[in-house]
Design a protein around this ligand. Sequence first.
Ligand code: SF4
Length: 484
Amino acid sequence: MRRRWLFADQLGPHFLDSPGQPVLLVESKAVFRRRRFHRQKAHLILSALRHRAQQPNVRLVQAETYAEAVTEPLSVCHPTSRAARGLVRRLPDVEMLPPRGFVTAPQDFVAWAHGRDHLRLEDFYRHARQHHDVLMDGGEPAGGRWNLDTDNREAPPRGAATLGVPPPPPITEDEIDEQVRADLDQWEREGIAFVGNDGPRIFPATRAEALARLRHFVEHRLPAFGPHEDAMLAGDPLMAHSMLSAALNLGLLDPLEVIERVEQAYRDGSVPLASAEGFIRQILGWRDFVWHLYWYFEPDYRAANEMRAHRQLPKWFAELNADAVQARCLSDVLAGVRDRGWVHHIPRLMVLGNYAMQRGWRPGAVADWFHRCFVDGYEWVMTANVIGMSQFADGGRMSTKPYAAGGAYINRMSDYCGGCRYDPKVRIGEDACPYSAGYWNYLAHHEAALAGNHRMRQPLQGLHRLSDLDAVVEQEKARGSRAP
Ligand code: SF4
């Protein structure tokens, strides 16, 4: 049996053909020289690799490049980036197997996508539910509905500082983490730059840690996940989210085992359908969908820029300088990225992505920022998520409308605005909320491009009713790239 080369995001048992198969792991410092990653992300990846290397039959090679480390016939599961796939193809005597770590097979996705004008999550998700027989009662969706989103868009509980669910069990760092921290300190002294704060490791680096988190989530947090999955509380950044994305994307968990565990909890009656469905949609639906789109769309999709957004990321944002920001929502979310390398999907989309889109920052740079600064960020994750969904830079190939919103949305879905120096209802002057003013400014600039989109008809009608639109546009022009 050939030795299996595992990339650092293929660490779980489902990437092997048998438990005893010999393994090659490669740790390359050059990766961290090329990109300025979050310090905690670098720590997590190195810790996961080195913990995996403790298992029997594993050879860990520390090398400047991957090619240097590959000195024998190997097999490898299809890697998760085009660059890595190109490398594997160039190396002699490395056999590339189909991808693992996702639910729907590539040929099934292509068969589903072929001939469709628009690729929509909802259609793919229903197809995947049927194809893999997940949350199905015979030919019908469990509970009679495919989508319980309408039950899952609740604002945070009024007056509550937290959702009150038990936090995920803490991770206990060990001597491997200690060595990783010492090595990263040394690399920094040698000139390798990171972004974000170091801190105790809070994401699983081993399969045992990931399984413990999965068990705890399904038992204690998942029941509350659904209704509040889109809500934000300043005092509860984790809400009832699983925080399993990093473990899934390191390959420590198989998405199918996660889905089966969640469905079982629903069938046992310990988790309501709205929570089980909402969570399974994220994994079987969204995670697989963006993975397949990464390969299905042409390579230059990453450079798509239909809305012609060309501004550079300002330094305060690139450097995660939350203290420079007065807008309470943005400051808090940016601090979350700085301190944890993770915030949940709504702050990503509606606070960070929304702000970037309103300000016309270059989508490719925004996608790169998310890739580097988030513990679960990879090129395949962030391409469709950021270019397509968050920044609408593909002009609507995978989303029906831009996720642009003003302060009213953030006010409804969070407790941020009450303690903010800005007012979400104000769009002009000292107290003008940068999201509200930014929203109208965005619509004013892109009116022509969005005019044919029926989902934007109402907002564009609203735009024409604004008597102070010219003043809003002037004000936002003057704001430029200053931190709000
Ligand atoms: Fe954010 Fe505007 Fe609300 Fe302040 S008022 S927290 S800037 S949405």
